[in-house]
Design a protein around this ligand. Structure first.
Ligand SMILES: Nc1ncnc2c1ncn2[C@@H]1O[C@H](COP(=O)(O)OP(=O)(O)OP(=O)(O)O)[C@@H](O)[C@H]1O
Ligand SMILES: [Mg+2]
Length: 473
């Protein structure tokens, strides 16, 4: 069944999110900057304008000597007019900070110690803008051109509501613009992600077609480097699977063949006994012993196959014990000596030091026995097989060398394969199934060890095995 795709985990969704962020963030920053810039400029222009009008009024104040006598009708009306124009309030203070005139008419006679006025008396620029109340305050010095000292100050507070209104309007428009940008980003993201993701969808489709069996070859989607890498890796895996499948099929056909051979011989032998009457006792005996030999052979093949299958199950049923390896090797040679003696082959054990290591007794014995057995089997009469044992701080090493027929160079790489035998004709008389070395190699691999072979045709063969002293699962 097809797995339902999670949209929020998809590449498409991510492209969409990235485009939306890329659209929103810069436009928000830009509109914020524009608005804040506009506000600063508008306030500065307003201050300039108010200030120049106040300056004109201040010179009139001096001329009319208003600070000492606030009855001047012209000045009063001008002050009134200015405060009305800006919808604000004007306060006039004299040198003693006493309010001489308040256009609201409430604080006259009181003392005004506003920071702006103090700043103005010190001769500094004095203006302030309150963003929350949207009120702009400004203090202007009142002085005559002849006298250096100030005679008073004019404090004017004007409302700047229309600036705030303009900003509000721009703000609303910017929200609309950002909305449009987001919509465009979504649209672009949709189109872009569809185009970008397509090759990956093609990879999936190719793999599915392959699985469904519409296509037999390798897959290829060369649109991007990434898809090329994916399909290359996939093809590699596919080839590996094909090789495995072929070797499995070969193994099955080999097994069937090997199991059938003894059966065929038995059938022939049995048939010839059944077909004849009055067979002499000796012939009967001979055929029966041949049949027994074939049964033994069949039995050995099945036992070997079972041990191989067991090894394939990996470390699950490995029974590791700390063992005396010298003693183990002595036991193996003792068991095989009678076979060697039959052909007068010398079995020699050379131990360079006492070795104790973690091994599975049964599997390790099987591995080394197979090597020594081969040394005897593929030897010449009156030859020798030499087994050595050595160790360092990490590994122990067993070598099995013989004075036998050796292995041809072109076969060296194949002798560990299941059922492989170098020369079928001489192998027939020697006997064997070609499973021995496969079992040996699996067993050594289970011990995390390694096996190597050196051989020269006509001179002899040496197998060397290296196994870690302590087993780490
Ligand atoms: N010491 C050796 N000298 C020469 N040839 C060898 C030696 N050991 C193995 N071979 C070659 O490698 C082949 C594979 O060996 P392997 O032990 O797997 O199978 P086998 O001995 O034929 O059968 P089995 O061990 O299953 O009874 C042998 O048939 C033989 O041709
Ligand atoms: Mg063998």
């Amino acid at each position: 069944m097809k797995k339902k795709a999670n949209f929020f985990k998809s590449l498409r969704f991510r492209i969409l999110i990235i485009l939306i962020i890329l659209g929103i963030v810069p436009s928000v920053i830009v509109t914020r900057m524009v608005i804040s810039n506009y506000e600063d400029r508008a306030i500065a222009v307003r201050i300039d304008k108010v200030k120049s009008q106040c300056d004109i009024l201040c010179s009139l104040l001096i001329r009319e000597n208003y600070l000492n006598d606030s009855s001047s009708q012209i000045v009063n009306s001008k002050l009134e007019l200015l405060s009305n124009v800006y919808n604000g309030r004007i306060l006039l203070v004299d040198r003693d900070f006493k309010i001489v005139k308040d256009t609201f008419g409430v604080d006259e006679g009181a003392t005004l110690l506003s920071p702006l006025v103090i700043k103005c008396f010190k001769g500094e620029e004095a203006s302030a803008y309150n963003k929350n109340t949207q009120i702009l305050a400004l203090a202007v010095p009142v002085k005559s051109p002849e006298v250096k000292q100030l005679q008073g100050a004019m404090l004017i507070c004007v409302s700047s509501g229309e600036i705030a209104a303009t900003i509000e309007e721009v703000d609303q428009k910017s929200i609309l613009i950002i909305g449009i940008i987001v919509a465009l980003a979504i649209l672009m993201g949709y189109v872009l992600s569809t185009v970008l993701v397509k090759p990956f969808a093609r990879v999936t489709k190719s793999i599915e077609d392959l699985t469904d069996g519409y296509q037999n070859e390798e897959i290829s989607v060369p649109d991007y480097t990434e898809t090329e890498l994916i399909t290359d890796a996939f093809n590699k895996m596919l080839n590996r699977m094909r090789v495995l499948d072929e070797s499995r099929q070969e193994f099955v056909s080999n097994v069937s063949h090997e199991l059938k051979t003894p059966l065929t011989s038995m059938k022939v032998l049995a048939d010839s006994l059944v077909g004849q009457e009055g067979i002499p006792e000796e012939l009967y005996q001979e055929f029966m012993s041949d049949i027994t030999a074939e049964i033994d052979r069949e039995n050995k093949i099945i036992t070997d196959l079972l041990s191989l299958v067991k090894m394939d199950k990996k470390a699950a049923d490995l029974n590791i014990q700390h063992m005396d390896i010298n003693q183990l090797l002595e036991g193996i040679l003792k068991r095989l000596r009678p076979i060697a003696d039959k052909r007068n082959i010398d079995l020699i054990l050379d131990c360079f030091r006492p070795v104790e290591a973690d091994v599975d007794e049964v599997k390790f014995t099987l591995a080394i026995s197979n090597l020594v057995e081969n040394g005897i089997k593929y030897n010449v009469d009156d030859g020798w097989v030499r087994v050595t044992l050595d160790a360092d701080h990490k590994y122990f090493y067993v070598t099995v060398a013989d004075s036998g027929m050796g292995i041809p160079e072109e076969s060296i790489d194949r002798i560990f394969e299941r059922f492989y035998r170098v020369d079928k004709s001489h192998s027939k008389e020697i006997g064997g199934t070609g499973l021995g070395l496969a079992i040996t190699r699996s067993s050594i691999a289970m011990h995390h060890g390694a096996i190597k072979v050196f051989s020269k045709e006509g001179e002899g063969t040496t197998f060397s095995v290296r196994i870690p002293l302590s087993y780490i699962p």
